[in-house]
Design a protein. Sequence first.
Length: 317
Amino acid sequence: MPLRHFLRDDDVTHEEQAEILARAARIKGAPFTDRTLVGPEVVAVLFDKQTLRTQLSFSAAIAHLGGYPMVVDGKLAQVGVRESIADVARVMGRESVAIVWRTYGQDRIEEMARYAQVPVINALTDDFHPCQILADLLTIQEHKGALPGLTLGYCGDGANNMAQSYLLGAALAGMHIRIGTPASHQPKPEILARAEELAAEHGGSVLVTDDPVETVSGADAVATDTWVSMGQEKEKDSRQGAESPFARFQVNAGLMAQADPGAVFLHCLPAYRGFEVTEDVIDGPQSVVWDESENRLHAQKAILAWLVEQHRAGDPT
């Protein structure tokens, strides 16, 4: 059995994604029944980028599964600078049953996966945020029921990791995914093409539009993200200023009113009230962002346990 990783949302199949989400729901209902990492087994958790929810949720997830989170400060380790990614991967793979990495380029985590010899999980890269999407899908499922056929409208930067992971993850689930974004901030063509392929296979659809109303009209869930992703701080004034290309895509009460009356609102956090979302929406009755934040814990427990089990089945030693 080939070694399995979770580097992007479509590294699992439609059926496997549903299985992982079902496992996450069971774990949430009985948090300490899954003890896949009892030993304790060690999971290396490496952070190159700033973190709050990711460090909290993965550390807790590993402990809940009976393991030990070996947290590594990427700024001190200087992976790829002080020592090659390949060599770090070989070292970490000998001392852990899995590696979780929050880093920059997707090429970095792909190189880690090539050499680690244990499952590698993408805790965020510039291109994708697949663990967050699992948590979001779990949250939508809890509030709206079965995912296939539901509509998710995302408003904001269509070129960022959340938009691109929504495209893949929602299409894989058989949902109708709409990305509302300025023409200047489109998803990567190859990721859009892959999402369209997945949607056609699983009964969903994909729409990228520069019309925010079209994005959310009748939607079952509405999502947004910061307009200034990590690494874009020098662009903050142009992205959040009066002339921001994203201003039309702010999720406010007027825009939410265009969605289904029972629609839920999602935001991966941190949120900047008054920019991508207004206070009355994120703190209002349709907001499920705190459920969504908690569900990072349960979704990550599920994907981590699933990958470790897959690896054990392929390599019993």
